[in-house]
Design a protein around this ligand. Structure first.
Ligand code: ADA
Length: 552
């Protein structure tokens, strides 16, 4: 399933059948090809639990005409072939991409996807890290048969005009015909509709921007997340030749002084960092498990979630839109030194991931802030330059949302004044025994000196580890559930009672698997700071957080 709603009524589109043949090519793989389902991280197969290598997926599909194959997530290098024709290549596990085959003879064809999840010199973002890099086709594959023109994007930016709303709608159409055609683009949001003439030059990509007044809509808000269908149709002559359906919600996010305002009301954020991962399913999380995560977070009293440290499945974002859960979405990078940031492919790959994230997800009303560059070298001149370049791209692509980055606890950041919201990661009482209040004050003072005092401040990470089931009520030693409770209590209380802080994202919602290289500080080869374990079994801290999030 691609989204929670149909995305086309005119275009012929279907999801690939779930069974594929998987052949692995490297040591530690399968002895012979096997049937697997897609989507699935291949680590779900007991023989591939630690496999880093190449895998070839094959399936026979029936299709014809102009065939667009869209892959919503492949971890993390992909080459896609229809019969023997290479349709596209892609790097990066967490965003969608597509390839087009033109004038395909109607009938059966072989779809082949070559996947590779080995780290290597050509990969600057996917490196051994404090989370696991899975392999395989981890999100659905869609087959589309398109006509001579196809709507490839429709970006909606809701804008508040006093008490009323309008939508800026930017549509992109790809035209394949060799002769010019004239048509009409029709955009409908709820009961509001607008038609615009459009000229499609031969074999071209055409952009069209309209403002649609929407006087009769209700705003989207966490407590009442009202959503509207966005229907875009391309009409040529008498025929609707293509369509694209999406959703939007009317809300305005801006910052004013130290406040983050949603439709003019200051936000107080109580949330979680969540890796897109579930037990042995790895990063290919079933819809029901996504829903359960959101129900648990809501039960815990959270109103926001951070998609650390990469863009998430649109299905999860759809659920957040539905449930009024605010989202900090960020592009893919975690904890890079200047040396790693100087990898020649670092900026090209990060810019690509950032661009794909915004272009693919910007219609989700739940996303209230874009982030990137978690804990990188923001204290060096070169590092700060990279932050500024990514912020510039985010603002160019979407001027309607603030930008931020979760900054290191280490002092010396040069980018406080480049962030619309200053976000800090601190681990007092876990990595060092400083009282939480002192650690927070120290960071706030540093932020003031760095020119960031006039903007909102979020504690984007804070937390402590516990191994599920390890109890030590008397000594409350490190890794015990009792110790985690104690620390989280002080952390949450100190942060949420501080008048200068707009919110907190606890590190983290659930335990996650880490790469083997991290074993020394990560018992079980897991990052154990979840308030639930990887199977969502609550630790003692669950109740502590719940009590505090519901009362503070
Ligand atoms: C950092 C980082 C997280 C995680 C955390 C921890 O803040 O952003 O990904 O590694 O530390 O558990 O120490």
């Amino acid at each position: 399933m691609e989204r929670l709603f149909p995305t086309h009524e005119v275009r012929t589109v279907r999801e690939c059948a779930p069974i594929w043949k998987l052949t692995t090519l490297d040591e530690g793989g399968l002895p012979s090809p096997e049937k697997v389902t897609v989507p699935l991280a291949w680590e779900a197969h007991p023989a591939l639990r630690c496999y880093k290598g190449r895998g070839v997926y094959e399936q026979q599909i029936r299709c014809g005409g102009n065939v667009r194959i869209r892959l919503l997530g492949v971890s993390f290098r992909a080459k896609v072939f229809l019969d023997e024709e290479l349709l596209c290549e892609h790097y990066g596990a967490y965003t969608a991409f597509e390839g087009l085959a033109r004038d395909v003879l109607p009938g059966m064809h072989t779809l082949r996807v070559e996947v590779d999840n080995r780290f290597g010199d050509d990969s600057a973002l996917h490196v051994s890290n404090d989370y696991y890099t899975y392999g395989g086709i981890t999100r659905p594959v869609m087959i589309e048969e398109i006509s001579r023109a196809c709507i490839t994007a429709c970006h909606v930016t809701p804008r508040r005009k006093g008490d009323a709303w309008e939508a800026k709608v930017d549509v992109t159409v790809r035209h394949f015909s060799s002769r010019e055609q004239k048509g009409t683009l029709s955009v409908q949001i709820g009961s509001h509709m607008l038609d615009t003439d459009i000229t499609l030059a031969p074999d071209s990509t055409v952009h069209c921007s309209v403002i649609l007044p929407c006087p009769h809509v209700q705003p989207w808000a966490p407590e009442d997340p009202k959503l509207y269908q966005v229907r875009t149709e391309l009409i040529i002559g008498e025929n609707v030749v293509d369509d694209l359906l999406d959703r939007t919600g009317f809300r305005e996010i801006r910052t004013e002084g130290k406040e983050i305002l949603l439709n003019g009301t200051p936000l107080r954020l109580r949330g979680f960092n969540r890796h897109e991962e579930y037990g042995s399913f790895g990063t290919s999380v079933p819809l029901s498990a996504m829903m359960q995560d959101l129900m648990l977070m809501r039960d815990l009293g959270a109103n926001c979630v951070r998609t650390c440290h990469y863009p998430n499945d649109p299905l999860f974002l759809d659920l957040c839109d539905e449930m009024g859960m605010l989202v900090w979405e960020e592009s893919h990078v975690r904890g890079f030194s200047e040396e790693k940031m100087r990898h020649p492919l670092f900026m090209p790959q990060l810019l690509q991931c950032t661009r794909e994230m915004v272009e693919q997800h910007m219609n989700h009303p739940s996303i209230f802030v874009w982030g990137s560059l978690n804990e990188c070298a923001d204290d060096t001149e070169y590092g700060a330059k990279c932050y500024r370049e990514i912020f510039r791209l985010l603002r160019d692509l979407d001027p309607s949302r603030p930008v931020t980055a979760a900054l290191l606890e280490r002092p010396g950041s040069r980018v406080f004044r480049d962030c619309d919201i200053v976000s800090i990661n601190i681990y007092p009482r876990w990595y060092h025994d400083t009282p939480v209040r002192d650690a927070l004050e120290k960071k706030i003072e540093e932020c003031r000196r760095g020119g960031g005092e006039d903007r909102p401040l979020i504690v984007s990470e804070i937390g402590a580890g516990a191994i599920y089931g390890f109890h030590d009520p008397f000594a409350a030693s490190k890794w015990s559930e009792e110790r985690q409770c104690k620390i989280l209590e002080e952390q949450i209380t100190s942060v949420l009672s501080h008048p200068g802080v707009s919110g907190i994202f606890l590190w983290q919602f659930a335990d996650v698997r880490v790469d083997e290289g991290w074993f020394a500080s990560r018992p079980r080869s897991y990052n154990n700071k979840g308030v639930v374990d990887e199977y969502r079994r609550p630790k003692l801290a669950y109740q502590t957080v719940k009590d505090l999030y519901h009362t503070l």
